[in-house]
Ligand binder design. Sequence first.
Ligand SMILES: CC(C)(COP(=O)(O)OP(=O)(O)OC[C@H]1O[C@@H](n2cnc3c(N)ncnc32)[C@H](O)[C@@H]1OP(=O)(O)O)[C@@H](O)C(=O)NCCC(=O)NCCS
Length: 154
Amino acid sequence: MSAPSNIRPMRLDDMPACRVIAAECWSRFTAQVAEPEFREAFASSAWRPTFYIAERHGAVVGMAGYGTSWLSYGIYNLFWVAVRPHVQGRGIARQLVDQCLADLFPIADAVMLMTGVPEFYARGWGFESIGTVPQSEGFGDTLMVLRPNLRVAA
Ligand SMILES: CC(C)(COP(=O)(O)OP(=O)(O)OC[C@H]1O[C@@H](n2cnc3c(N)ncnc32)[C@H](O)[C@@H]1OP(=O)(O)O)[C@@H](O)C(=O)NCCC(=O)NCCS
């Protein structure tokens, strides 16, 4: 078991490293479209997303974020969960998602995501698949939900 990574809020000067993560985990095009979303965390809009990054030996190697859905203020979306390929399998994504969910559990009615790796979220945190939504952007087509209050009550 390797040493845990340091998880901290994303900063503006993390942009180049986060672009690299998005390019390695998806594509260079995805990295281009991702950057404005990351920058939204530092904008003055009412519903800014929150992003965390993981640092290992001083380098940014992973990221994850969440934001409120416009469907309902109690529904949050979890997104941009990614870890550089050469450090995958060390529990870094688990730490990042744990941090996001620690923020969300006290305030969220539901946390929703789209993914191509549903087992990662089902096994790790009990996310349930609620359907398949074919989409063309390569982010995965399984729609999943976690209902923190129901989870606590179960
Ligand atoms: C999916 C991803 C984020 C996992 O990152 P990681 O740091 O390697 O994951 P972790 O090491 O924290 O794994 C935590 C647990 O999930 C499991 N896991 C990791 N990837 C998995 C996958 N693709 N499918 C199922 N389980 C997976 C691990 O085995 C581990 O289980 P364990 O605790 O029982 O040993 C990473 O592979 C990645 O960046 N992929 C490309 C981008 C992507 O698909 N992101 C998710 C889209 S929403």
